[in-house]
Design a protein around this ligand. Structure first.
Ligand code: PA5
Length: 447
């Protein structure tokens, strides 16, 4: 079974009439995405739509070759990037392998992600690990100018150049950036680093199926052919402009109906801790795509049953502005059976012979009923396994649903003008040339 949307737990919040009423808006969004319509906001960022079918096969082969080299000569791969140049790769590795990947990997390098914060503690810790082992670096930035990864790259490039002869250091650096412009591109050309391209028409948060995600994912020993094939199968399936057969468009429609009914917060929920980073990826995809012009569903996330013991009270009885999108997988990666105990001191023998996945399922069933009783509609997304094919399909499903949702909401789902505000202020406060006037105004407010 591939992905399936179960709309049984939406309660009275989403009626058949409401779905029928919103269908013309879904169809309009569909045509904005399909006809390369000049009226479609952000239509120069539609490259991800056909990407699983028409990606660059030569580059794909080079990604595999580079992954093979990194796996053979590196105990650690340092992946440097932020936002769309970070989350997708890490989410995929934890989804298919484990959130404890670095503790459990045997035939593939440990992978550390830096450049996604400016914490000196975090960077120093990974720096120390790399001082004592063979490592390579994959620096990823579409613009090639983002501050956080640029700083981290300076640090780890410096360490490579300290540890290895110049030629060897350069051969351990893999750059994923724009095909023609940006500081990183110029540096890569000058130094002769291996280069991969982020296509012009694919924005950061839609780029996990380009070299941005594929190189780190392949280095973790994940089958990127299967990942792309899962996504390729999704292209046609989720292009049918009929919500009675297209779950992706139905999901976009339901979210907008809920939003208009006052459900302004979406919680992405899973019962698998290995899904934690997928939730982060969703939060970026939906938050950056929809949150603009004073509109948009606020994306949030939880892992159950962990967070039922922290957020659970709020979800059950707090402000009624929530809905949940819950991901369920029918087969666990590994099963664990509860054994009988002769003395039964803990009174748990009623579970003897049952698998933990069965208990996890009952936790879901109990929770979905409790939360819907509490006025929190639930959208359920089901899949069989947490594997490459399902992941490829899931990535495509949620990218497409996000674009359709954004167009229904009336925003451009492919820009992120608001992200610039903090950057300008930070540059000014750091004393970057050209920001002097802003620096004076900000300092006056801080003093
Ligand atoms: O989705 C986006 O475009 C952003 O989140 C970017 O991915 C993020 O800001 C990193 O940008 P860059 O890859 O240019 O360093």
């Amino acid at each position: 079974m591939s992905l399936k949307l179960n709309s049984k737990y939406l309660g009275s919040f989403v009626s058949e009439e409401a779905l029928l009423a919103i269908e013309p808006e879904v169809k309009k969004a569909h045509s904005l995405l399909n006809e390369n319509n000049a009226n479609a906001a952000g239509n120069d960022f539609h490259g991800w739509i056909s990407l699983p079918l028409d990606y660059d096969r030569d580059e794909f082969a080079r990604i595999k070759q580079s992954a093979k080299k990194i796996m053979s000569d590196s105990e650690v791969l340092v992946v440097i990037g932020i936002g769309g140049s970070y989350l997708g790769a890490r989410a995929a590795i934890e989804f298919v392998k484990s959130k404890n990947y670095n503790l459990t990997t045997k035939n593939a390098p440990k992978i550390f992600f830096v450049g996604n914060s400016i914490s000196p503690t975090e960077i120093s810790e990974i720096y120390s690990i790399c001082e004592n082992c063979d490592f390579s670096v994959n620096v990823i930035s579409k613009s090639g100018t983002t501050t956080e990864p640029a700083i981290a790259f300076r640090v780890f490039k410096g360490l490579l150049e300290k540890k290895y002869a110049a030629e060897e250091a350069a051969s351990r650096i893999y750059v994923t950036t724009d095909k023609a412009k940006g500081t990183l591109k110029s540096l890569a050309d000058r130094m002769g680093y291996e280069e991969f391209v982020v296509p012009d028409d694919v924005g950061g948060r839609y780029s996990v199926l380009t070299a941005v995600g594929l190189l780190p994912i392949a280095c973790a020993g994940i089958d990127i052919d299967k990942l792309m094939s899962g996504a390729a199968n999704a292209v046609e399936k989720y292009n049918i402009p009929d919500i009675s057969v297209n779950d992706c468009y139905k999901y976009a429609a339901i979210r907008n109906i809920l939003y208009r009914a006052g459900k302004k917060v979406e919680m992405f929920v899973s019962y698998e801790p290995d899904f934690t980073l997928m939730n982060e990826w969703f939060k970026q995809l939906y938050g950056e795509s929809e949150g603009k012009e004073n509109k948009g569903i606020f994306p949030s996330s939880a892992i159950y049953s962990t967070d039922l013991h922290s957020l659970g009270q709020y979800v059950q009885e707090g402000e009624r502005h929530l809905f949940e999108t819950v991901f369920m997988f029918n087969e666990p990666k590994t099963e664990l059976i509860i054994e009988a105990d002769e003395e039964n001191v803990d009174g748990l023998n009623f579970l003897a012979g049952k698998g933990m996945s069965y208990i996890n399922r009952k936790a879901f069933e109990g929770t979905v009923l409790a939360h819907t009783d509490g006025g929190v509609p639930n959208i359920i997304i089901e899949a069989d396994r947490m594997d490459e094919e399902n992941l490829g399909e899931m990535i495509y499903f949620f990218e497409k649903a996000c674009a359709v949702s954004g167009y229904i909401l009336g925003v451009n789902p492919f820009n992120q003008p608001g992200v610039e505000s903090y950057k300008k202020n930070m540059f000014a406060l750091l004393g970057k040339p050209g920001y002097e006037e802003l620096a004076d105004a900000l300092k006056a407010r801080l003093d």
